[in-house]
Design a protein around this ligand. Structure first.
Ligand code: ADP
Length: 753
């Protein structure tokens, strides 16, 4: 058999994903590999497929007992002989498993690193033919990472003791450059093939919401996503208990998890969640390590975590099956205060010198600031995360709240000048609270203590609420005009770029979300369903899906395995789409391999046949099979938002009011007037300009610290030209105008037949 037949036969997939083949081929050629791939990318296939093709046994080192069990169950369900050896087994069970392993009963054996130095395991290793050693969660070997496990160092000694060195393959989802070097070096990989696929998880939708009442928001969200599985992370045990009580009182099937519960209770609750008996889990961050549940459809953070590292890891537990899933962070200013308090009360580590402790503290502070900026940015959230992890984040992903939200742009140059003057006047000695309070003309005790009323800036922005002023200060921070000091006082300092603003040479724009966040959750309902099964499947299709789900649950109970180990949600959806009546058709469903077909294919066929009364019917919307090309939908971002990207019909385009000259924003305004609001997203001046840049009609460059737009020769020919405008403060500056010829070109471009 070759790798393709293995993939289809055991795993039921028609093709490999990006990077998988490279890893598999290298291993089969005897080369060590290191795969750094995000959660859900499909690392397991990278070593499981070659494990079946190599002559001997593959040993997989994994740090987590629950993960091993899950993996082994999945393999067994696919018809692959595998076993795990860890402390959850009794001595005699371990002996038996090792005996069977030595006799060649298993192709894949999962083991905890501590096992490697036991006498029994070593005896087995001497007898057996070990073709490959796989190190899962390989970052645990690095002392630089957050999850260092000293027992991982035993792997190196183990390999040295073997007579014949097996191929070594290592995989991880998290690796900075330092951790990567550590893995390569400590594990002693020989001339390894390294693969780093991006960190981006295209199927995840990111959002930050600021609801007035988080519990009401959460409750509504859960109700709107009934029958879907989700995790709600809270920062404290108390919050977990409180929210859990509320959910339980409202009749939500939820489980809870935190370190304050007894072992047995925790185990039971975790199992209820994994086995889909209780679809919602409310937990502290103690929950989740080693949870491999693939159909978690949403992760809500009830509080802001302390770093983006934590956030991305926790949020990343959504959508491991590659299906669209949502990661929502509920932010309130109070979260920052609590996080800072938690940092302050962190016990210093005895082994650290004072300097080291200060460094760690500084690093934690910086992480917290980056996390806070994520909650406040109006830019693309995905782009923000990716840039944080050192990748080139795109400017717009069209699959996060910020990209799909509509903004109102206000010129706040004048207000910015007042803020900057204020900070200079107080000689940069105060933080955001005092500054905003002073500008708003507040007189609380604390402000009186500082004597703020004696400054000229006092009350100079009193037409605004304090919160609005804070938001404007955030804009200036984000624009790099101000800086907040990295110490605990977080003082506001003025940066050099502020001069331009003071002189009126630079405009400051405040992008404000148009919607009130309270409306967001329900509005998103229509929006978010679009990529989900409820948008793919029509009402009969959904009914069939529920029948198949019930059958899956029945089988899972019989076998005592989690339902997703039988078939993923994606597979069930594809069954509804293809609605197979016989084996040949069923084998085309994604995720249906030979063995699974043998075991339960007929039971599913029967349900489908009986449901449809033997008549071929269509259970999905649209003309073509909607399941296959879905990953492309996500990339293009057109499917999540129900509305299509901006376009005009020919008739609409004919009504465009051409004029001698327009600015891009004016063209966008006219275009938006013409479009069909119900079905088409808005365009904007910025978007039109981006297109012009992409087509090289125009561009932007920084001259003496100021961004200036320019028109290329090609642009001039097309009717673009530079003209003067004046800002609200009366300063003149250059901008691009579009003559009639250019307007026609743009309108033509927007027409969809
Ligand atoms: P990781 O370990 O990288 O987090 P997994 O190995 O758990 O990811 O795989 C994530 C999901 O993707 C699983 O449901 C797996 O079956 C699925 N998957 C992996 N490879 C493929 C493939 N080539 N085609 C379709 N689905 C795949």
């Amino acid at each position: 058999m070759d790798k393709y037949s293995i993939l289809k036969k055991y795993f039921g997939y028609p093709s490999f994903r990006e990077g998988q083949e490279l890893m598999i081929d290298s291993i089969l050629n005897g080369q060590d590999v290191l795969g750094i791939m995000p959660t859900g990318a499909g690392k397991s296939i990278c070593y499981q497929v070659p494990a079946l093709l190599l002559p001997g046994i593959t040993i997989v080192i994994s740090p987590l007992i629950s993960l091993m069990k899950d993996q082994v169950q999945s393999l067994n369900q696919a018809g692959i002989h595998a076993a795990y050896i860890n402390s959850s087994l009794t001595e005699s069970q371990i002996s038996k498993a090792l005996r069977l392993a030595a006799a060649g009963q298993y192709k894949i054996i999962y083991a905890a690193p501590e096992r490697l130095e036991t006498y029994e395991f070593m005896q087995f290793a001497y007898q057996a033919e070990i073709s490959m050693l796989t190190v899962d969660e390989a970052h645990c070997i690095s002392q630089w990472g957050q999850d260092f496990r000293p027992s991982y160092l035993k792997i190196v000694q183990f390999v040295r003791r073997l007579e014949k060195r097996p191929v070594i393959s290592a995989f991880t989802a998290t690796a900075t450059e330092k951790v990567k070097e550590d893995i390569l070096c400590v594990l002693g990989l020989l001339n390894p093939r390294t693969l780093v696929t991006g960190f981006d998880r295209k199927n995840l939708y990111f959002a930050v919401e600021t609801p007035a009442k988080k519990d009401i928001y959460t409750m509504r969200y859960i109700k709107e996503h009934e029958a879907e599985s989700g995790i709600i992370y809270c920062s404290t045990r108390k919050n977990v208990d409180k929210l859990y009580e509320k959910l339980a009182a409202a009749g939500v099937l939820a489980a809870k998890y935190h370190a304050g519960l007894g072992n047995e209770e925790r185990r039971q609750n975790q199992e209820d969640f994994i086995y889909d008996k209780k679809p919602v889990m409310v937990a502290t961050n103690a929950f989740g390590m080693g949870i491999d549940k693939s159909n978690v459809r949403y992760v809500i953070h009830y509080n802001m975590p302390q770093s983006l590292e934590n956030y991305y890891q926790e949020a990343g537990r959504a959508g491991r099956d590659g299906e669209p899933s949502e990661c929502i962070l509920l932010y309130s200013a109070q979260d920052v205060v609590v996080s800072r308090f938690l940092l302050d009360s962190k016990e210093p580590n005895d082994e650290q010198t004072r300097e080291e402790a200060a460094q760690v503290r500084e690093r934690d502070e910086e992480r917290l600031r980056a996390m806070t900026r994520y909650c406040q940015t109006t830019d693309c959230l995905r782009g923000y995360i990716l840039r944080y992890f050192g990748e080139n984040g795109q400017l717009r992903c069209e699959n996060c709240r910020n990209c799909t939200r509509e903004y109102e742009e206000t010129d706040i140059t004048k207000e910015a000048q007042k803020i900057i003057s204020c900070i200079l006047e107080v000689r940069q000695r105060y933080g955001i609270n005092v500054t905003a309070g002073m500008l708003a003309g507040e007189s609380r005790a604390k402000l009186r203590e500082y004597g703020v009323s004696q400054y000229e800036a006092f009350g100079s922005l009193k037409e605004y609420k304090e919160n609005e002023i804070k938001a404007m200060i955030q804009v200036l921070l984000a624009e790099g005009l101000l800086l907040m000091t990295a110490d605990r006082y977080s003082l506001l300092k003025v940066l050099s770029g502020a001069d331009e603003v003071m002189q009126g040479n630079r405009q400051v724009i405040w992008k404000k979300a148009k919607q009130n966040p309270q409306q967001a959750a329900s509005e998103k309902k229509t929006d978010k369903n679009s990529l989900r099964r409820s948008d793919l499947l029509n009402s009969k299709g959904l009914e069939l899906f529920e029948r198949l789900r019930a059958l899956r649950m029945e089988i899972a109970r019989e076998k005592s395995v989690p339902p997703y180990v039988i078939f993923s949600d994606k597979t069930l959806v594809d069954m509804c789409v293809k609605a197979p009546f016989e084996k040949q058709e069923m084998m085309k469903v994604t995720g249906v391999g030979e063995n699974k077909y043998e075991w339960y294919g007929e039971r599913f066929l029967k349900v489908i046949f009986e449901f449809s009364g033997g008549e071929r019917e269509k259970y999905y919307f649209g003309e073509t099979d909607p399941v296959q090309p879905r990953s492309e939908y996500v990339q293009q971002g057109t499917a999540r938002a129900k509305k299509a990207d901006f376009y005009l019909t020919k008739d609409q385009a004919e009504r465009f009011p051409y004029a001698e000259r327009y600015l891009a924003a004016e063209i966008a305004e006219q275009l938006n007037e013409l479009r069909d609001e119900q079905t088409t997203k808005k365009t904007s001046g910025a978007e039109l300009f981006r297109r012009m840049q992409a087509e090289e009609y125009a561009g932007e460059k920084r001259i003496n610290g100021i961004w200036k737009k320019y028109v290329t020769n090609k642009g001039q020919e097309a009717g673009l030209f530079i003209g003067m405008r004046s800002s609200r403060t009366g300063k003149e500056y250059e901008d691009i105008y579009y003559g009639e010829k250019a307007q026609r070109m743009i309108v033509e471009h927007m027409i969809k037949m």
